[in-house]
Design a protein around this ligand. Structure first.
Ligand SMILES: Cc1ncc(COP(=O)(O)O)c(C=O)c1O
Length: 462
């Protein structure tokens, strides 16, 4: 899509558009005095904050579209969408109105049928690829992953599950056992039957061809060996992220998922994609797997699915629909009318405003701008973007690729202080702007990051 394919077609952008003559607007260096006061009072009781809050403890008061306001009156361009959540911007009028309407009429009816749930089910069956047509609804990504694993086991009649190094799937015992974060694994024991294998990272290939490009076939060959030698022969399937979010926007090579799909079919095991982070427009498709023409057997949806309202989903292909019956699938909040209204309204906004195409366009624009940063900055090792899921990897030296964590922290803080709300992950800068953002605002945010990287390089004597 060219720039002249224009923003006029995308009327939501009028609402999401940022007045760059007014924003970012720093009236008092953040975190300002009111932020500090709220933060102190709140954290006397509220414990276990994420790293990003500890590194920049502002208190937010309101948000609209692509702009966040803190309690001191500072206004920020939003490059975080909460944490990959408010894909259509903060408080989208159509979504807020849909939630409010159902908050006034019926908040919960357990898993009884409601008109709004019926409408959502029909819409999901229409927009999802292939024969993904069996659904259940939950209230967190983690709950969806746990249910997805239960369906995976019920559908296959097998127990072991394979996931990948640096994947992240949530923080309950089953979900955490599929992921990398060691400190989350209670008692330091991974749940039995959970396996981890490496997955291809084009910037840091474990197995490469003679020309340095990644050798996907070697990974697939290794999975075959692993299944034969390291499992007890009871493998239900793979469960993995299409693009790693927490792992640092790590993109697979284009041939990976088609080859993994074939491998799973050949070995008669199932493929579950955890699309909690990557679905509903984030990468420019309903499912990120659509970029590679692959339909997973089971898929989880979350985060942007309800644009901020806690609603998530497990979707399965037609042959596995009945597996929900044997897992006692329902929950207290899953599929409540407000949740269904939020998910349906989000889906309609993406569809009506052609926002999947717009997100893809923003990703291409961002990648071109970030390639320039890579060419100009000695510490920018790699840049990547698929739609509005973006990453910049900072290294001490482009030849050794040694991660530069200290620089990552400083770049995060400096850009935040300039008025950019975003997400750090050690040496990988992660960006997740709302997909309703206009081009100029996207470029402004990237310029703020560019400046911050330059300042940090100076401090480290580059
Ligand atoms: C891929 C993936 N799966 C699952 C989860 C867990 O979702 P939640 O925090 O909504 O429980 C996350 C959260 O970041 C995620 O990125």
């Amino acid at each position: 899509m060219t720039t002249t394919m224009t923003q006029e077609r995308f009327s939501t952008l009028e609402w999401g558009k940022v007045d760059l003559s007014r924003v970012p607007h720093v009236v008092v260096p953040p975190p300002g005095p009111r932020s500090q006061e709220y933060h102190q009072r709140c954290t006397k009781y509220f414990k276990g904050l994420s790293g990003q809050v500890k590194l920049f403890p502002v208190a937010f008061e309101s948000g609209s579209g692509c702009v966040l306001r803190d309690v001191d009156g500072n206004e920020y361009i939003d490059f975080s969408s909460g944490i990959y959540v408010t894909t259509l911007g903060h408080c989208h009028p159509k979504i807020s109105e849909a939630i409010a309407r159902h908050a006034r009429t019926l908040m919960n009816a357990h898993d009884f049928t409601t008109p709004i749930k019926t409408a959502l089910m029909e819409k999901l069956a229409e927009v999802l690829p292939g024969d993904l047509s069996g659904f259940q609804l939950y209230d967190s990504g983690t709950a969806a992953v746990e249910a997805g694993m239960r369906v995976l086991r019920a559908a296959s009649g097998k127990g072991e599950i394979i996931s990948c190094f640096y994947d992240f799937h949530g923080k309950t015992y089953g979900a955490v056992s599929l992921g990398q974060i060691r400190s989350h694994v209670y008692g330091r024991v991974r749940a039995p039957g959970m396996h981890m294998v490496p997955r291809p990272d084009t910037y840091r290939p474990l197995w490469a061809q003679a020309d340095g490009s990644i050798d996907t076939d070697k990974y697939i060959e290794f999975y075959g060996e692993y299944l034969d030698k390291a499992t007890v022969g009871d493998v239900a399937g793979f469960c993995l992220e299409p693009i790693q979010g927490w792992g640092g926007s790590v993109m697979p090579p284009d041939d990976f998922f088609p080859k993994l799909r074939k491998f799973c079919d050949d070995r008669k095991i199932l493929l579950m994609a955890d699309e909690v982070l990557t679905s509903w427009g984030r990468t420019g498709k309903w499912l990120c797997m659509e970029h590679w023409g692959v339909v997973p057997d089971i898929v989880t949806l979350g985060k942007g699915f309800g644009n901020g309202f806690p609603v998530t989903c497990v979707a399965v292909r037609a042959p596995f629909k009945e597996s929900f019956e044997s897992i006692s699938a329902s929950s207290s909040y899953g599929g409540n009318p407000m949740a269904c209204a939020a998910a349906l309204a989000s889906t309609e906004v993406i569809e009506e405003e052609h926002l999947n195409q717009w997100a893809e366009h923003l990703g291409e624009l961002a990648l071109t701008r970030m390639e320039k940063m890579k060419a100009e900055h000695p510490i920018v090792g790699d840049v990547r973007a698929k739609g509005c899921l973006m990453g910049i990897e900072l290294v001490k030296d482009k030849a050794t690729k040694e991660p530069f964590d200290k620089a990552g922290v400083l770049v995060y803080q400096k850009a935040f202080a300039k008025g950019l709300a975003w997400i750090p992950a050690g040496h990988i800068l992660r960006m997740s702007p709302p997909i309703v953002m206009d081009e100029q605002t996207l470029l402004k945010g990237l310029e703020m990051i560019d400046e911050a990287i330059g300042e940090v390089e100076k401090e480290f004597g580059y």
